[in-house]
Write a protein that binds this ligand. Structure first.
Ligand SMILES: [Zn+2]
Length: 260
């Protein structure tokens, strides 16, 4: 079965290699291709993260560096990679310019946004709203990290831009997963990617499909933090139909990415 990994953090070198055991690898784009091929994944999407810590002194130059590296990855990996880019609510003007720059290059994926790594937190703040207005104008997809303590803020963000597609990252443990399921039922523009914590709880996907259907789950791993093969296998093992597995492993993501 075809597989698209909607949630990765691709890397050019050790500077962007977010793995917890980096001494076991020689990080390069060839490593990405090798790992993905061995997991049966044919396409990846996602934003670049830097191992160097974000500081307000570096500010938007840091964000732009991530985004430029995402463009470089796109140049090297071609059709194998859908690059995601970052925006930052402390830099509204710069973020909107970045949306215009990426939009003109045909790039339509914002994120995964990682506020906890980039020194901001409020998904419902006015500044982010202004940035999302521009994102909506360009028909972008917004992938964002689930902030467990920002439940109301996440809901507000999704409700504020009904024409913008939002994809939350990580089901997390059950109490948080249930809140995402509620959002999936309530908001047409809201999807959940299965990366990170949650999928190893056996039955999570079957339960979710039962409650919210299979059209809004998107396969993701959080590679290279997480082992991609394990995530593919986890979906295959769930007690759901092959048609549902196909939607989750690639059809839903394909629809989102290709419709832009
Ligand atoms: Zn991530």
């Amino acid at each position: 079965m075809k597989v698209i990994d909607f949630h990765t953090h691709p890397f050019l070198s050790g500077e962007e290699f977010m793995n917890f055991y980096p001494e076991c690898f020689e990080p390069s784009t060839a490593q990405i291709v090798k790992d993905m091929e061995s997991a049966g994944i044919g396409h990846i999407a996602g934003s670049v993260l830097l191992k160097r810590k974000y500081t307000a002194e570096e500010g938007f130059a840091y964000i732009r560096e991530c985004n430029n590296k995402a463009l470089e990855l796109k140049r090297i990996l071609g059709g194998f990679c859908t690059p995601g880019f970052h925006v930052h609510p402390h830099y509204v003007k710069e973020s909107i310019a970045e949306i215009e720059r990426m939009g003109s290059l045909g790039i339509r994926l914002i994120g995964e946004l990682v506020p906890y790594m980039h020194g901001w937190s409020d998904y419902s703040c006015r500044e982010l709203q202004m940035i999302l207005d521009a994102a909506e104008h360009y028909g972008m997809i917004v992938s964002f990290h689930t902030m467990k303590d920002e439940q109301a803020e996440m809901t507000k963000m999704i409700a504020s831009h009904p024409k913008l597609v939002f994809v939350a990252a990580h089901p997390n443990e059950k109490e948080y997963f249930l809140l995402h399921l509620e959002r999936m039922r309530k908001f047409d523009n809201f999807y959940l990617d299965l990366s990170g914590t949650g999928i190893f709880r056996y039955g999570l996907i079957a339960y979710g499909v039962n409650k919210a259907g299979s059209d809004k789950f998107i396969f993701g791993t959080d590679y290279p933090i997480c082992n991609p093969g394990m995530y593919v296998r986890a979906v295959e093992q769930e007690p759901i139909s092959d048609a549902d597995k196909e939607k989750i492993l690639y059809k839903n993501a394909e629809k989102l990415i290709l419709s832009r």
